[in-house]
Write a protein that binds this ligand. Structure first.
Ligand code: ATP
Ligand code: ZN
Ligand code: ZN
Length: 852
């Protein structure tokens, strides 16, 4: 191959296309689709990704510049991921480089030079399944003189150069050795590292190994004089532990209670050697994960599992929507499906929302699959994340458990992707590229004939609708249901308290009488309580405390947002504005105002009502420190507290046997968010948190406090009635034209000067409408036609001024087979080009989760 097509890391739109570079002869063997390279661009050298290779006569192309350098020996991206990035750039209207960068761990995002050093494959326990590493095959070398010699030449060269050489040196000295080097890197015989060593350097550890064969060491033992008893002890220990060598020096000293001097003398005598080995920074090091065996499946689980296993065995692509009530044992389905996939020699990715990536969750996977599990989430340090990523790329992990970005785990034979709590909004990335991990999962699985399991007790409307109607051309999951709990117990009884009545009867406290007495009962019985304070949406809306009235937009059926500066209420979908009311238009009460309360206040109140009560508060304030989440939950599990009080964090995934009461302080706060998904999110949250109660022997009870107990999301959540809620919500969405009956694109324009922004936003809307009309797309979604596009706005964004820039937005609603995303982008690019000097910025969010 002579020409590489490269996407360069230059953050300008005009560079969002592949550029051609020639490949110098010595680099040819190193460059693959997915390689990261350094290339000249303008007057600079920039980083880029090779997305295709072509043959051609380089001399015929004038001005073709050569690639300067390959940045990694094993390409960090696979051809499969390169394809996925291309798809993402279309699907989310983002730049290709932004999609490519999203797939790499932070450690690789900089401009770093890479070094190669000698690894120690025998030491790695995770790799013992691949113990046929070249060190052990040494006696075979003579049979394959070429392979063996080249590899030995390389390792010799590296050790002669002090154990480490730069990539540049290596490729220059061994231009033809790409295959061998890659092979050795994959086996861990060689390892790569970064220039920015302090930040990313590998962790080294002193380790002890035998310098002679075990047999000669055993012989030597008998010749030891009596006064060298300690040395004898160390040596016989090492002989005994031969299979585990090398062992960390520290551990040997601690286990045998000997001094470093003893070990040193053995080294001087030439029986043992002490060397530095590289260790992976394992964030879960030192933690014991109790190994678990597969559970005997319940009847319901068996049916579901058999269906999934069949598809896994057929190596076929299929998407399953696993709707199982809280406690139905979805995790066991995940675990056994992963095992099945591993039996096929394939790998698996498990996506979990960041917030529920709790130690309990990690424990379940590590307990079943041991160190073959890589964990990826944002609370790990850059170095830790890099190590976990390398574990995957080097084939030392077969399962990756992680938040959103784990969908890009560099597996080469991915067979199964699990998206747990698939309804979670946090799967959508709010920055560029604004991708949804669930959709990327489906796409990646489709490319690679893999199975997807979307699991939830409360599937999203989009997934459920697609599964029920099979109407979505890209996405028609097979619905699998588990309506009962695995341990056979009932779902907890839910009681809804009308807080308006409480106020009427003189109770001004934030606790209803029922919640108060239920809590008191738990304290006497020594059982535990989870209290949820739903903080989403507080203080953006105005509510009447007497009747529960909340001001809504007459056009859009979402609540109005209060703007303190102008003291009025506004709809940020359509721009409708009205003065903020002084008395309730429904009941004339004066108790109409902002609504707000925090976890800290609830904690204080609890202390006053129940002196001596032990409360663990879990919210953004108490969980910023690394590991604090884990610590707090551990304390609660050890029954060091009576109450776990928190925000959304306490609602998901927790499985504690002694929790028999769940209280929700205000169920409706999120209902009043100016968000068409408000009812759906409220239903999901209530169902999830209710599901924390009574999961084991003791029966559970749930108390939900609400100012609008008649709201269908609250009624159906209290009846554990997912289907009825869905039907009612779908009806709503159909009438108002919201997803899943159409799709949305949020276009946000920003500029430093308001008048300019106003004019450009108007232009955007007009141009888009004009083009859509020309193409006969534009028309009301009310009409029967299957293709339709409507535009709302421009209106000021909910955050109308950010970092000195004014912001306006348009919402595009569309359906059918039209290329609305392409059009939204095309108009944006035209406008940006024509207004280039003015500093206009346009951001496009396809299928936005938040319209705020
Ligand atoms: N086949 C089984 N036999 C015995 N116990 C089981 C079985 N399957 C699951 N369990 C147990 O049932 C409990 C609930 O299972 P799990 O936590 O997986 O439910 P879930 O469906 O993930 O619930 P949620 O959506 O609430 O997180 C756990 O304690 C689990 O160990
Ligand atoms: Zn009122
Ligand atoms: Zn409106």
């Amino acid at each position: 191959m002579d020409i590489a097509k490269v996407i360069v890391d230059v953050p300008v739109r005009s560079t969002d296309r592949p550029f051609d570079y020639s490949i110098p002869q010595p680099l040819r063997v190193w460059i693959e689709v997915g390689s990261r390279v350094a290339v000249p661009f303008g007057h600079r050298t920039v980083q880029g990704f090779v997305i295709a290779l072509e043959s051609g006569d380089v001399r015929e192309i004038p001005g073709l510049k050569p690639i300067q350098e390959v940045l990694d020996l094993i390409p960090p991206l696979s051809p499969e991921l390169i394809d996925l990035a291309e798809w993402m750039s279309q699907r989310y209207a983002c730049r290709r480089i932004s999609a490519l960068q999203a797939m790499l761990p932070t450690a690789l995002k900089g401009k770093a030079e890479r070094f190669i050093s000698l690894g120690d494959p025998v030491n790695d326990q995770a790799a013992d399944h691949s113990a046929d590493s070249i060190f052990l095959d040494e006696e075979l070398f003579p049979m394959f003189p070429d392979t063996g010699r080249e590899e030995r030449d390389i390792t010799d060269f590296i050790s002669r150069s002090g154990g480490e050489v730069s990539m540049k040196q290596l490729t220059r000295t061994f231009p033809e050795a790409a295959e061998s080097v890659k092979f050795m890197l994959r086996r861990g015989v060689l390892v790569e590292s970064q220039t920015i060593k302090d930040k990313m350097g590998k962790k080294k550890l002193k380790a002890v190994n035998l310098a002679v064969g075990a047999d000669s060491a055993r012989e030597a033992l008998s010749s030891f004089p009596a006064r060298s008893a300690r040395q004898k002890e160390v040596l016989s220990f090492l002989i005994e532990m031969e299979a585990m060598l090398p062992l960390p020096l520290k551990e040997v000293l601690a286990m045998l209670q000997v001094t470093a001097g003893t070990v040193k003398s053995l080294e001087e005598k030439g029986y043992i050697e002490i060397s530095e080995i590289e260790v992976y920074r394992d964030p879960y090091r030192g933690r014991d994960f109790k190994p678990t065996e597969p559970l005997l499946l319940t009847e319901e689980q068996e049916v579901v599992y058999t269906r999934i296993a069949r598809t896994v065995d057929e190596l076929r692509h299929e998407v399953f929507l696993l709707h199982g009530v809280t406690g139905s044992g979805k995790t066991e389905i995940y675990l056994q499906s992963i095992q099945r996939c591993m039996d096929q020699g394939r790998q698996a990715v498990v996506l979990v929302p960041e917030i529920s990536l709790t130690p309990q969750m990690v424990e379940r996977f590590k307990g079943r699959f041991g160190s073959g599990v890589a964990v990826m989430h944002s609370r790990l340090s850059v170095g830790e994340r890099y190590d976990e990523w390398r574990k995957i790329r080097e084939g030392k992990a077969t399962v990756a458990v992680g938040a959103r970005s784990a969908i890009f785990a560099p597996f080469t034979n991915l067979g199964l992707i699990i998206v747990d709590e698939e309804h979670e909004g946090s799967y959508k990335q709010e920055e560029n590229p604004k991708y949804h991990a669930r959709d990327v999962a489906v796409r990646r699985a489709e490319q690679g004939d893999a199975v997807v399991i979307l699991g939830s007790a409360t599937p999203s409307l989009e997934s459920y609708y697609a599964a029920r109607t099979q109407s979505d051309i890209h996405f028609s999951p097979v619905l699998l249901e588990m309506p009962s709990r695995a341990l056979g117990n009932e779902l907890p009884k839910v009681q809804v308290v009308d807080m308006r009545e409480e106020l009427k009867e003189g109770n001004r406290s934030m606790f209803s009488r029922l919640l108060h007495s239920s809590l008191a009962a738990r304290l006497t019985r020594g059982e535990q309580t989870v209290l949820l304070l739903n903080r989403r949406g507080f203080s953006t809306f105005v509510m009447c405390r007497s009747c529960g009235y909340v001001a809504g937009c007459p056009e859009c059926d979402i609540s109005l947002t209060y703007h303190s500066r102008s003291d009025n209420l506004r709809c940020h979908y359509c721009g409708h504005a009205e003065p903020s009311p002084k008395e309730c238009p429904e009941c004339a009460s004066e108790h109409i105002r902002f609504f707000g309360t925090g976890t800290q206040r609830v904690e204080e109140e609890l202390g006053k009502l129940f002196p001596g009560i032990r409360v663990i508060r879990m919210d953004v304030d108490t969980t910023t420190e690394k590991g604090s989440h884990e610590k707090l939950l551990g304390q609660f599990r050890d029954k060091k507290a009576d109450v776990l009080l928190g925000t959304q964090m306490v609602a998901k995934g927790l499985d504690f046997p002694d929790v028999t009461l769940v209280g929700v302080i205000t169920a409706d706060s999120a209902l009043n968010l100016p968000d068409f998904r408000a009812a759906e999110k409220t239903f999901q949250l209530l169902t999830q948190v209710a599901g924390r109660a009574g999961r084991h022997q003791l029966p559970g009870e749930v108390v939900v406090q609400s100012y609008t107990p008649e709201h269908y999301s609250i009624i159906h959540a209290s009846g554990h009635d997912y289907t009825s809620f869905m039907l009612e919500e779908l009806n709503h969405r159909r009438g108002l034209h919201y997803p899943p009956y159409c799709r949305l694109i949020l276009v946000t324009l920003s500029h430093e000067q308001l008048p300019v922004l106003l004019r450009l936003s108007e232009n955007y809307a007009l141009n888009l409408q004009g083009k859509a009309r020309q193409r006969r797309w534009y028309g009301s979604l009310d009409k029967q036609s299957s293709d339709a596009l409507e535009l709302l706005g421009p209106v000021a964004s909910p955050m109308p001024r950010l970092k000195g820039r004014y912001r306006f937005q348009c919402i595009i609603k569309w359906r059918g087979s039209i290329n609305a995303i392409g059009l939204a982008r095309e108009i944006a690019e035209e406008l940006e080009d024509s207004a280039r000097d003015t500093g206009l910025q346009i951001s496009i969010d396809v299928d936005p989760q938040m319209l705020m």
